[in-house]
Ligand binder design. Structure first.
Ligand SMILES: *Cc1c(COP(=O)(O)O)cnc(C)c1O
Length: 384
């Protein structure tokens, strides 16, 4: 193992492309100078297709959770009722933010590892017509589930006037998203997942309907007042000093996405998911989610007859390969592989073949190459 080589296969932060690292090391510029306006002017139109929206995408310095909190603070009035659909740790975080602000928070809890069934919320919305906003997670990073937010959006539109607010943090940039067409009113992501940047930025897009609610909201906010960001961004500017180095990097990320083509980016992610899933299936090691619910950006693997954290220690200490463990009640029961952003099918082959060695080292004997071969077959056939 090389002392400075690391294979970062956790579901965020993710590896940074060398050209993005290069862009971020540019000298600082004045945040009120024309150079910053030009930078935002270039970035603005290129973010829209990543979100699938005609709205400007707001950029705020802060981690993804800052965006989640900003959505709650701006869109939910004191005294409102909301519904949070919880499919794992990040859905739970949305619910905690709402509760913290004294909002009457209904939750639908779905077993971790499973996706939302859109019909299941229909009854709930009918029974609780005062619900003003429904919160959901696109990719539930703690379980590797991709929730069918398009179908959920349809159900909400048919049965309620509630806003639909979606945490897209580990999906946007790796998975197709059509915010406007799917009836999503607020969509949030962060910089350190599929967007190939260091942590530090949160991105938010807001529908016309949601702006109407936000403008009438009496809940106080200052740094998170989204109307400030919207009004400044209309003039290619920001209300406060932006994280300029991250914006230099973002410009280059959007250039890379343009070069690859978003459709190709999305099919690359599906291929990495298929390779990862096929590998563990070939090794007879069960996956947490079924194929229909699986996310193209992260895969959770069940460790029924070995200790996932012992495996992760060997991977890290002997091979420099970083994977993630389980969260909350899945701790010690699963491990997770992130395959999003600056990650290719070739990286997945390497990841799988190293894991095969490490499994043997921790006393879980498997036939070397069996999982790698299954992944190779998918790569050879171009399966995505
Ligand atoms: C990573 C992540 C977040 C944001 O976490 P931060 O640590 O605040 O950046 C939120 N939601 C999901 C689904 C995530 O994967």
């Amino acid at each position: 193992m090389l002392p400075d080589q690391q294979f970062l296969r956790i579901p965020g932060p993710t590896p940074i492309p060398p050209s993005v690292n290069g862009a971020m090391s540019q000298p600082m510029i004045g945040h009120r100078d024309q150079e910053t306006n030009d930078l935002l002017h270039t970035i603005k139109p290129k973010l829209k297709p990543v979100f699938g929206t005609d709205q400007d995408v707001l950029i705020i310095s802060g981690s993804g959770t800052a965006g989640l909190e900003a959505a709650v603070v701006n869109a939910v009035q004191p005294g409102d009722e909301v519904l949070v659909i919880v499919t794992g740790a990040f859905g739970d975080r949305f619910a905690q933010i709402c509760t913290e602000y004294g909002i009457a928070t209904h939750r639908i809890d779905i077993e971790w590892g499973e996706a939302i069934e859109p019909e299941s919320i229909q009854e709930y919305l009918k029974k609780h017509p005062d619900i003003k906003a429904v919160f959901a997670t696109f990719c539930e990073t703690s379980t590797g589930v991709l929730n069918p937010v398009q179908e959920v959006g349809q159900v909400i539109q048919q049965h309620s006037d509630a806003l639909f607010i979606v945490d897209g943090v580990s999906g946007i940039g790796g998975v197709n998203m059509e915010m406007d067409a799917w009836g999503i009113d607020i969509l949030i992501t962060g910089s350190q997942k599929a967007l190939m940047l260091p942590p530090g930025l949160t991105f938010m897009a807001v529908s016309e309907r949601a702006w109407n609610v936000i403008e009438k909201n009496d809940r106080p906010s200052f740094y998170f007042d989204l109307t400030k960001y919207r009004d400044q961004l209309a003039n290619d500017s920001t209300p406060f000093t932006p994280a300029l180095s991250l914006l230099f990097g973002l410009k280059q990320v959007l250039e890379l996405l343009d070069q690859e083509g978003l459709e190709t980016t999305f099919s690359r992610h599906r291929q990495m998911m298929n390779m990862t899933r096929a590998a563990f299936q070939a090794l007879s090691i069960p996956l947490l989610t079924n194929a229909q619910a699986a996310s193209p950006t992260v895969t959770a693997i069940k460790a029924d007859d070995f200790d996932p954290d012992t495996l992760r220690n060997v991977l890290k200490n002997e091979f420099g390969l970083l994977t993630a463990g389980g969260q909350k009640h899945l701790k010690g029961r699963i491990f997770r592989i992130g395959h999003m952003g600056y990650c290719s099918p070739a990286d997945i082959l390497q990841t799988i073949s190293i894991i095969e060695i490490a499994l043997n080292k921790i006393g879980k004997p498997i036939e070397l190459g069996k999982g790698t071969r299954a992944a190779q077959e998918i790569m050879l056939s171009g399966g995505s």
